[in-house]
Design a protein around this ligand. Structure first.
Ligand code: ATP
Ligand code: MG
Length: 576
């Protein structure tokens, strides 16, 4: 977790549209196709455990599993790895199905590891009969002690040499529910002195009297991940079982079970887990954020979940382009969040319609504009996409502009509106500030201007220039909307880096949500449906939130535009 990829441009999407960044898994598949290793087949699977919502890390995994199979005419199964009845829920199954679909992937088969419980049990019996598995009465704690360490070999369990007949009988009785949780396990008989701890007689089955979301109370013994996963792969004749690097040390065990059982040899390939700066990617910790109320739910737009990212306004295309650019490797690193943002800006820039909206309104009165007159000014919907056409925006005597776009006492290099200064209104006239009205506390509540009727085209006939173009909305026509602005949930690049005795809670950003109750939007957005995305000129990309009602739209800011003024101010402050 040490390399941070700082150079976004070098990691940016491949220059050719549709071209893919290469990755080593792709190279393995190409090689396997050349040597006809699996008879020319490519069959992958995406195997989420339904114990939480999918996150951006899973987007990478789906990109590799579904994307690579599709590229080589192969197929991908969606398989729920539901071997742990205690943490799994149908709510998660449903959310995962929805998220995979939204990401744009189509699975071939939809399976559950629990579909295979009968087959797994039969295979376990087969290993017992072959003298390759035994029932062990050690407690979990004793098993840990017997396992040894990385530097010391383990010790054989006193139950290791039970007869096959006794093992068969005890395993059958485990299944029949005669024993209490944790009192016995079924273990593979491999090698307690193996340098690989995973091969020191790993547990295959444990007793758990728990109701399973699909098999109900049929079972009170459940297979461990290591015994279920490779066997499920084999049943589905998976050719390339792509998983994250922490399973590298499990591969010898994955292969051992397959060899002992003599079943279809799926091939496990490990890649680097996605880590992002300022972001937690662990379902367990994300669940904590939800349960403790630090966010409004799994789909809170600050969450790195697929449902949160979607609500925030990201597109599946942006996520795919991001995944294509990061590729896959054999060493864990950390990707900058800014890189993900780069891809959503790039995508939305191409397709989001531009509109004008004012987040923190300041009244502007155009004194020389006729009272009651309304003009419809024509503006371009998307300069990147001529086919998006034009729209008409009402202009009148009373406007709102952004409070930030006016300074009574402008600092150097502030080129926007200030007393005596002239600016262009986006899509319309030049206006010049003639004075201000203040409230009792001295704050400016109204700015007075004159407009130049000859500048309707956005240019002056005498060729005089203005240094700024600002956005605005006509007060009488504006829609009152709620806008939610977000900052990172965590203040540190590594949210887990906390003082002794503390954890990621210490790094929570108290200002991650800023709700603006009364933003003013141009009327063209009226009735926009949830997930509709816009660029609010000069402010960023925004997306309609499902909390919107017929009376009031709610917008989430997906990502800000690059703010050059903030950079100048920062540079000036730091004297750089
Ligand atoms: P978490 O630690 O968040 O609970 P997990 O690995 O337990 O994740 P699973 O539901 O088991 O989550 O993951 C399904 C698939 O997605 C697995 O193949 C896993 O390796 C992969 N995956 C999970 N997290 C990431 C990540 N951050 N980057 C890439 N792939 C991931
Ligand atoms: Mg897991």
């Amino acid at each position: 977790m040490s390399t941070i990829h700082h150079d976004i441009e070098s990691l940016a999407a491949p220059a050719e549209p549709g071209a893919r960044a290469s990755n080593f898994i792709r190279d393995i598949i190409i090689e396997d196709l050349k040597t006809n290793k699996f008879g020319g087949r490519v069959q992958t699977r995406f195997p989420p455990e339904p114990n939480g919502y999918l996150h951006i890390g899973h987007a990478k995994s789906t990109y590799l599993n579904f994307g690579l199979a599709a590229e080589f005419g192969g197929k991908t199964n969606l398989r729920f790895d539901d071997t742990n009845p205690e943490k799994e829920e149908t709510e998660y199954v449903e959310s995962i199905i929805k998220d995979v679909q939204w990401l744009g992937w189509q699975w071939d088969g939809l399976y559950y590891a629990s579909d295979y419980f009968d087959q797994l049990y039969a295979w376990a019996v087969q290993l017992v009969k072959a003298g390759k598995a035994y029932v062990c009465d050690l407690s979990a704690e004793e098993i840990r002690q017997y396992r040894g360490t990385l530097t010391e070999p383990g010790k054989d369990s006193p139950y290791r040499n039970r007869s096959i007949a006794e093992n068969l009988e005890l395993f059958e009785r485990m299944r029949a529910g005669e024993f209490t949780d944790g009192s016995r396990t079924l273990r593979a008989k491999i090698d307690m002195a193996s340098p690989n701890l995973n091969l020191r007689d790993p547990i295959m089955y444990r007793i758990l009297h728990a109701t399973h979301h699909r098999t109900g109370d049929k079972w009170c013994i459940y297979p461990m991940y290591d015994f279920a996963h490779g066997e499920s792969d084999s049943i589905e004749r998976i050719t390339h079982s792509i998983c994250t690097l922490e399973f590298e040390d499990h591969r010898p065990l994955y292969n051992w079970f397959i060899e002992q059982l003599g079943i279809f040899p799926s091939q496990q390939i490990e890649f680097d887990r996605l880590n992002l700066t300022y972001t937690l990617l662990s379902k367990r910790k994300l669940l904590q954020l939800v349960q403790e109320g630090h966010v409004r739910g799994w789909d809170d737009p600050r969450m790195p979940t697929i449902s949160g990212i979607r609500r925030r306004g990201y597109t599946p295309e942006a996520l795919r382009n991001f995944c294509a650019a990061i590729g896959a490797s054999k060493t864990n690193g950390i990707i900058e969040l800014a890189m993900l943002e780069h891809f959503v800006r790039e995508d939305l820039n191409r397709r989001a319609l531009r509109v004008m909206g004012v987040l923190r309104p300041l009244k502007v009165v155009i004194d020389n504009y006729p009272l009651g007159k309304v003009e419809e000014l024509e503006v371009i919907n998307n300069p990147e996409d001529p086919s998006a056409g034009v729209r008409r925006v009402p202009f009148s005597r009373l406007l709102y502009i952004e409070q930030d776009d006016f300074r009574e006492d402008p600092p150097k290099k502030f080129f926007r509106l200030s007393p005596g200064a002239e600016v262009r209104l986006r899509g319309g006239y030049f206006i010049k500030c003639t004075g201000v009205v203040k409230d009792a506390s001295g704050s400016v509540v109204e700015v007075h201007c004159n407009f130049d009727p000859a500048t309707r085209s956005g240019n002056a006939p005498d060729n005089r220039k203005v240094k700024a173009t600002i956005h605005w909305v006509s007060a009488e026509h504006a829609l009152d909307c709620e806008v939610r602005l977000y900052e990172n949930l965590f203040l540190k690049e590594d949210p887990n880096e906390a003082p002794e005795g503390q954890d990621f809670h210490a790094n929570l950003n108290a200002n991650s949500l800023d709700v603006i109750e009364h933003a003013k939007l141009e009327p063209s957005v009226r009735g926009a449906a949830p997930e509709k995305r816009y660029q609010f000129e000069r402010l960023g990309y925004f997306c309609v939130d499902p909390d919107s009602t017929a009376d009031k739209l709610v917008f989430n800011r997906t990502v800000a535009l690059r703010d050059t003024w903030a950079k100048i101010e920062k540079r000036d402050r730091t004297g750089a």
